[in-house]
Design a protein around this ligand. Structure first.
Ligand code: SF4
Length: 328
């Protein structure tokens, strides 16, 4: 089993860390509960930290002359300046973060679909929606980073992608701290097939950086690698690229398989390609053969275990609770 470093993840504080949601409650997120043992969380509540307390009267974003104002209709307070100051200071202090989980339905933290209003009180919302004030700043500052809402993370595919990205970035950060070019070469080699699922062109591009034909300084190469990998993975894995990768890996074993085994795998691969079965099903078949045939190069590929296996097995929260009960 691979040893994983804990990625640093920012989460909205109301997501199970504090009773600071506007009505004085906390919001349960099964995903956050599941990943707690595997990541290092940094949490904040912008609205409480600007002094609004909990519970508090609701806030809304009002458009005034094309500018977003952050107001509390019940008290007629305009909190735009204090919130903007808070955002600047908080973002400066965050430093390196591998991913963000932000609360949906919040004028501060939502990454999308926040209603913007015409006026401070009883005015109708305008057709446009967008991110909350704090989330907007995070989306700009941490462009291309894995940034998700607790709502979107209820989707299994989005969970898998988020986990894959935060563990990949955390592992690269570790390599960058080492400042050893050998570590970067190993990282590239071990993640080759995983990165290929985002597109073959990225593997080629990153490979050229690692080969360092221009004899650049290690620090410069590491930064270039990071700046290339981040946007490469931002749009998520492509089903067509992933199908090709599985097919290539299958090529390592196919000579040793029976006709029936080959037929079964190709049938499952086609089902994955057309969206009828999840990625994990095909990957598990390949993992079994990886273990059986013990090919050193293939065994080291992170595509077989992009994040801790416990998280894969516990992708469904019902299973997680059962596991926890068994352990207690
Ligand atoms: S959504 Fe953001 S501002 Fe609202 S309670 Fe949660 S952490 Fe605080």
């Amino acid at each position: 089993m691979t040893e994983f470093l804990k990625p640093k993840v920012y989460a909205s504080k109301c997501l199970g860390f504090c009773a600071c949601w506007w009505n004085g409650t906390t919001i349960f997120s099964d995903f956050i509960e599941m990943i707690k043992p595997f990541v290092k969380f940094v949490t904040h509540c912008p609205e409480v930290e600007i002094g609004l307390g909990s519970p508090r009267k609701f806030i809304r974003i009002v458009m005034e002359n094309g500018v977003k104002r952050f107001v509390q209709p019940a008290t007629d307070r305009d909190l735009t300046d204090i919130m903007k100051e808070y955002i600047t200071t908080t973002i400066e202090s965050l430093g390196v973060i591998d991913g963000f989980i932000l609360r949906e339905n919040s004028p501060s933290c939502s990454i999308e679909r926040v209603k913007y209003y015409h006026g401070r009180d009883r005015a109708s919302s305008i057709a446009d929606t967008g991110p909350g004030l704090f989330a907007e700043a995070i989306l700009n500052e941490y462009h291309n980073y894995p940034i998700e809402s607790d709502g979107r993370l209820r989707n299994r595919k989005i969970r898998e992608e988020f986990l894959t990205q935060i563990f990949l970035l955390s592992s690269l950060r570790h390599v960058m701290r080492s400042q050893h070019i050998k570590s970067l070469i190993d990282f590239h080699s071990e993640n080759k097939y995983l990165i290929m699922t985002y597109g073959q062109k990225y593997v080629n591009k990153l490979g050229r950086i690692v080969s360092n034909a221009e004899r650049k300084q290690v620090e410069e190469i590491m930064l270039e690698y990071w700046d290339t990998l981040l946007p490469a993975i931002a749009d998520g894995r492509k089903r067509s690229s992933t199908t090709n990768v599985f097919s290539k890996i299958f090529g390592y074993f196919s000579d040793s398989l029976t006709r029936e085994e080959k037929k079964y795998f190709l049938h499952r691969l086609e089902e994955y390609r057309t969206g009828r079965v999840p990625l994990s099903l095909v990957r598990e078949l390949l993992r079994l053969w990886m273990l059986r045939f013990d090919d050193e190069y293939i065994r080291r590929q992170s595509i077989f275990e992009p994040y801790p296996q416990e998280l894969e097995e516990l992708a469904d929260f019902g299973e997680y609770k059962k596991e926890q009960t068994k352990r207690d």
